[in-house]
Design a protein around this ligand. Structure first.
Ligand code: ATP
Ligand code: MG
Length: 411
């Protein structure tokens, strides 16, 4: 990330040389003050977008109408946004008009939370008109200005507030929380994609429960898309919400979240699609959920375990294991033993994929003299299983011989 910071510093220097104001702003200022590594280094300036484009050799007009230009320095992308003011919010989700302004403070005032409304110049001077630094010290997420109005302008800020609490281990300021509860019905205006994006960011934190628990406790689900479109109503969490804080990957977090919401595995696909997740994710997560809930495998059942590894792959099966450990309340030793067994089976297996098999469909067609067809896939799968389980060597001759035997009538 050193390169990203250095690239953004170059951008600040160039803008200043050209006579403009330029600052780091938002998440990167917050994260550096907290001693956390920023995910990206955003820059804000009074230079109009056209000017930004002309000052740098390589730029992309990312959101030029809203004042955002991406500047490319070597291979680093730096987002540069012109100071702006947003007015005339429509549908509680986007501003009707965006005006470019001359004062940094005006730009900071449109930002959501005090901890996100600070800027820093390249000499390290902090511009903090809303007490963000103090709130960082007391670990509070507080809306900039009138919380109720800020949530009315853009309802996503309510979800973001909870996400920042989880991400940073902060709590909500009292008035911000009261406003959230009063304005929760506005959540229904949100585009599902924006909610999903916030959930994804929540899954990437150490303690998603800190974002998820308030969703229940404040009664937000009945107002939040896509939950509003689910036929079934979300009751009490099926397992303690804190279970989501165990160390686990993104697929497991989604699968457990569905479980928490009381979604039965046969309906996970439909529910996952309602978040507009990519089709591949839907398929994988639904299968992780089902495998986790139906888990019967024990560390002694090497043959079954290896077959599961063949059909699902190690990553998916590990995710299912993590899901099972929570749902079936395994102890840490039990989980560790199961993990070790998976690893051992994986290492014992001479092959894991069809492409590692020393025979292919064409070889089988030639050796048997049969017409090509779906039968080759079926035979290859059987051969793969036999090799993986150590019943057959991965040698072309032996594989072809076994393949021919398998297609003989009566075998
Ligand atoms: P992270 O990238 O770690 O998730 P971030 O603070 O950088 O956190 P972004 O979503 O990347 O969050 O937004 C960058 C900045 O833009 C924020 O710090 C905030 O100042 C402002 N911002 C983003 N979304 C909103 C919003 N919905 N309303 C007001 N300001 C916003
Ligand atoms: Mg960011």
């Amino acid at each position: 990330m050193k390169e990203a910071r250095a690239a953004s510093l170059q951008v600040l220097e160039r803008l200043e040389e050209a006579g403009f104001q330029a600052y780091w702003v938002g998440g990167c200022v917050r994260d550096e003050l907290l001693g956390r590594e920023p995910t990206d280094y955003d820059v804000t300036t009074d230079a109009p977008p056209g000017k930004v484009q002309s000052l740098f050799a390589k730029t992309v007009a990312t959101g030029i109408r809203h004042g955002t230009v991406t500047v490319l320095i070597h291979r680093q992308a730096v987002e540069v946004t012109t100071f702006r003011e947003e007015t005339g919010y429509e549908d509680h989700r986007h501003p009707g008009q965006v005006q470019f302004v001359k004062r940094l403070e005006t730009d900071l005032a449109r930002r959501d939370f005090t901890i996100n409304a600070m800027a820093r110049d390249r000499r390290g001077r902090l511009i903090d008109p809303f007490g963000g630094r103090k709130d960082l010290r007391s670990q509070v997420v507080r809306a900039v200005g009138e919380a109720e109005e800020r949530f009315r302008e853009d309802a996503l800020r309510m979800v973001r507030a909870l996400r920042f609490c989880a991400q940073l281990g902060f709590r909500l300021d009292e008035q911000t929380e009261a406003a959230l509860i009063r304005q929760k019905s506005l959540l229904r205006h949100l585009a599902v994609e924006r909610v999903t994006q916030e959930l994804e960011k929540l899954w990437a934190t150490d303690k998603p429960s800190q974002g998820i628990r308030p969703l229940w406790e404040m009664g937000l689900f009945p107002h939040l898309p896509p939950f509003t479109q689910w036929d079934d109503h979300i009751g009490r969490p099926a397992i303690p919400v804190e279970e989501m804080d165990r160390q686990m990957g993104r697929w497991t977090r989604w699968a457990l979240f569905l479980h928490l919401c009381g979604v039965p595995p046969k309906e996970s696909g439909t529910h996952l699609r309602s978040f507009r997740l990519p089709a591949t994710d839907v398929e994988i997560i639904a299968s992780v959920h089902r495998l986790g809930l139906d888990w019967h495998l024990t560390p002694e059942e090497g043959s079954t375990g290896k077959q599961l590894l063949l059909s699902h792959g190690r990553e998916k099966l590990t995710s299912a294991l993590e899901t099972a450990a929570v749902i079936h309340r395994w102890g840490p030793e039990e989980e560790e033993e199961m993990r070790r067994a998976l690893l051992r089976w994986q290492q014992e297996m001479p092959v894991h994929h069809l492409r590692q098999l020393r025979v292919n469909g064409r070889n089988l067609v030639e050796a048997t003299g049969r017409e090509p067809g779906p039968w080759t896939g079926r035979v290859l799968d059987i051969l793969l299983k036999k090799v993986a389980l150590g019943e057959l060597p991965n040698e072309t001759e032996a594989l072809i011989e076994e393949g021919c035997r398998l297609v003989q009538p009566g075998s």
